[in-house]
Ligand binder design. Structure first.
Ligand code: UDP
Length: 496
C-alpha cells in the first residue's frame, strides 16, 4: 500500500474488547473511505474478527490495512487465541488478558516509529499514547465509544462526590451539574469511582490523558444528546468531534452486517433467520447482554421463565458462565420446549447483532446498556428494555429512560461485573415479564415506539452529506490535513 506524500496517514489503536474494537474499526474504515491512508494495529486473533471488511475495502480501492503484533498468550499460559476480553471465562483469564495488553506497549510504540503517522487515534485505555504522539510531534485523538451523557455524569460525580454524603447505599441522590434531574444510588455507581485500586488508577490516568489530547473522537451524534455534547465540550475544555453512529455509517451492506466483529461467517440462510422470517413485523424481542457478560445459572433460569410468562416471541444470545450439569439439562429442555412452541430461539455465544436488529420482525431489545448496542438499536429504530450491569451502563439507562424516553427499566439495582454477580443482584421472572409486556404490548408502548422511530430517522440523516456527524468528520479531516501541511511548510522554512 503506497501512501501519497500529501495523503493523511493515520494509525488506529483499538483496545482488545468488542465494545472498543468494533466502533474503532468502523471509524477507521470511514477515515479510509474519505481519503485517509489508514493502518489498524492489533493482534492476530483480533484481526481475524474484522479482516474480511478491511480486505473488501482495500479491494474497492481504499488505503486501509491491518498490522499485527503477537499477543503473549503462551508466555501468560493463556489458551490459544485468547487475545480479547470477551475470551475471559474466569477472573484469572481476564486478569491475564488485561496484563497481556499492557505488555504490548513496546511493540506498539516500535510500529508508531516505523510508520511515522500524521495522527494517532487511540482508545481511552491507552493513556500512554499521549506521550507517544508528543514524541512524534503529532496529534493524539482520544477515542471513546461512550455517551456524552455518561462522560458528563462521571465528571460531575468524581468532582463533587455526592455519593459520599448519603446515609445508605440505596438512598437516591441527584447528579450535580446536569441539565436534567437524574437520580442514582451509590449501588449503581462504578466501583472505580468509589474505591482506589489498579483499575481506578488506570481510569484516572485515562481521564487525565484525555485533556492532554488534541481532542476527542466520539461515537455519538448531535441530535441524540446535543445538550450533553455541549456540556462535555465546555466542562472538559477540549475539542470534540461526534461522528456517530459509526456502525450504521460503515456497515450499510447486508454482507458487512453479517460478518461484522466475528470471524465465523453466519450463513444468510441459517435456521435462526428462517425462524425470524416466519414472524410478524415488530413481534420479536431480541435479548442480548453484550460481548463480555456471562450470567449465573440462577439468573438464566429467571430470564427463561420471565420470557415464557410474557408470552412474547424472543431470540436470545446466550453465553453460559459455567457448564454445570443442572444448567445444561435446564437449557436443553428449555430450548426444545421453545422449538416446539416456536416462541423462542436461542443463539449460542455470538450473534450477528446488526443483522438481527435491522430485521423487520424485531420489535424490541433487552439490553445491558452497552453504548454500542444502544446506538445500534437507535439506528434500527428498536426501543429497549434496559438492564444495566457494569461500567457506565447505569448512566446510559438514565439517558434512555429519563431523557430520551425510549426505554423501559427492568429494575437492575447494582453495578457489578459478571465475575462478581451473585444471587443478591438478580432480577426476578415477574419483573422481567412485566417489562417485556410493557415494551412489546403495542398500546402501552405507542409513544416509546414513535420516539424510537424519530431518533432512527435522525440517526440516518446525521451521517448523510450535510448531516451533523458527516460535517463533523469532514471538519476533523480538513483540520488534520491543515496541520500536516503547516508542519511540512515549517520543515521547508527551517531548511531554507
Ligand atoms: N456483539 C455482537 N454479537 C453478540 C454480542 C455483541 O455483534 O452476540 C457486538 C455488538 O453489536 C456491539 C459490541 O459487540 O457492537 C458490544 O458492545 P457494547 O458496547 O454494546 O457492550 P460490551 O460488550 O462492551 O459490554
Amino acid at each position: 500500500m503506497k501512501t501519497e506524500s500529501h495523503q493523511l496517514n493515520v494509525i488506529f489503536l483499538p483496545y482488545l474488547s468488542p465494545g472498543h474494537l468494533n466502533p474503532m474499526v468502523d471509524t477507521a474504515r470511514l477515515f479510509a473511505r474519505y481519503g485517509v491512508s489508514v493502518t489498524i494495529i492489533t493482534t492476530h486473533a483480533n484481526a481475524l474478527t474484522f479482516q474480511n471488511a478491511i480486505d473488501s475495502d482495500f479491494n474497492s480501492g481504499y488505503h486501509i490495512r491491518t498490522q499485527v503484533v503477537p499477543f503473549p498468550t503462551a508466555q501468560l499460559g493463556l489458551p490459544d487465541g485468547a487475545e480479547n476480553l470477551k475470551d475471559g471465562t474466569s477472573p484469572d483469564i481476564i486478569g491475564k488478558i488485561f496484563y497481556g495488553v499492557s505488555m504490548l506497549q513496546g511493540p506498539f510504540e516500535l510500529l508508531f516509529q516505523d510508520l511515522q503517522p500524521d495522527c494517532l487515534v487511540t482508545d481511552l485505555l491507552y493513556p500512554w499514547t499521549v506521550e507517544s504522539a508528543a514524541k512524534l510531534g503529532i496529534p493524539r485523538l482520544y477515542f471513546y465509544s461512550a455517551s456524552h451523557f455518561a462522560s458528563c455524569a462521571t465528571h460531575f460525580i468524581t468532582k463533587h462526590k455526592p455519593h459520599e454524603r448519603l446515609v445508605s447505599a440505596t438512598q437516591k441522590f441527584s447528579i450535580p451539574g446536569l441539565p436534567h434531574n437524574i437520580e442514582m444510588t451509590n449501588l449503581q455507581l462504578e466501583q472505580w469511582v468509589k474505591t482506589k485500586d489498579e483499575f481506578s488508577d488506570l481510569m484516572n490516568e485515562a481521564y487525565e490523558s484525555q485533556i492532554r489530547s488534541y481532542g476527542t473522537l466520539c461515537n455519538s451524534f448531535h441530535e441524540l444528546e446535543g445538550d450533553y455534547e455541549l456540556l462535555y465540550k465546555s466542562t472538559k475544555g477540549i475539542k470534540c468531534w461526534s461522528v456517530g453512529p459509526v456502525s450504521a455509517w460503515a456497515n450499510k451492506g447486508g454482507e458487512e452486517k453479517v460478518t461484522r466483529g466475528h470471524k465465523e461467517d453466519f450463513a444468510q440462510d441459517s435456521e435462526w433467520l428462517h425462524w425470524l422470517n416466519s414472524k410478524q413485523n415488530e413481534s420479536v424481542l431480541y435479548v442480548s447482554f453484550g460481548s463480555l457478560t456471562r450470567l449465573p445459572h440462577a439468573q438464566i433460569v429467571e430470564i427463561a421463565h420471565g420470557l415464557e410468562i410474557s408470552g412474547c416471541n424472543f431470540i436470545w444470545v446466550a453465553r453460559k458462565k459455567d457448564e454445570n450439569h443442572n444448567g445444561h439439562i435446564f437449557f436443553q429442555e428449555f430450548e426444545e420446549k421453545m422449538k416446539r412452541s416456536k416462541k423462542g430461539y436461542i443463539i449460542w455465544n455470538w450473534a450477528p447483532q446488526l443483522l438481527i436488529l435491522n430485521h423487520p420482525a424485531i420489535g424490541g431489545i433487552v439490553t445491558h446498556c452497552g453504548w454500542n448496542s444502544i446506538l445500534e438499536s437507535v439506528s434500527a429504530g428498536v426501543p429497549m428494555i434496559t438492564w444495566p450491569m457494569f461500567a457506565e451502563q447505569f448512566y446510559n439507562e438514565k439517558l434512555l429512560v429519563d431523557v430520551l424516553k425510549i426505554g423501559v427499566p427492568v429494575g437492575a439495582k447494582e453495578n457489578k461485573f459478571w465475575t462478581s454477580l451473585g444471587e443478591d443482584a438478580m432480577v426476578g421472572r415477574e419483573e422481567i415479564a412485566k417489562a417485556v409486556v410493557e415494551l412489546m404490548g403495542k398500546e402501552e408502548s405507542t409513544e416509546i415506539r414513535r420516539r424510537a422511530r424519530e431518533l432512527a430517522g435522525a440517526s440516518k440523516k446525521t451521517i448523510e452529506e450535510g448531516g451533523s456527524s458527516y460535517n463533523s468528520l469532514m471538519q476533523l479531516l480538513d483540520e488534520l490535513k491543515s496541520l500536516k501541511e503547516s508542519k511540512a511548510a515549517d520543515k521547508t522554512n527551517t531548511k531554507i
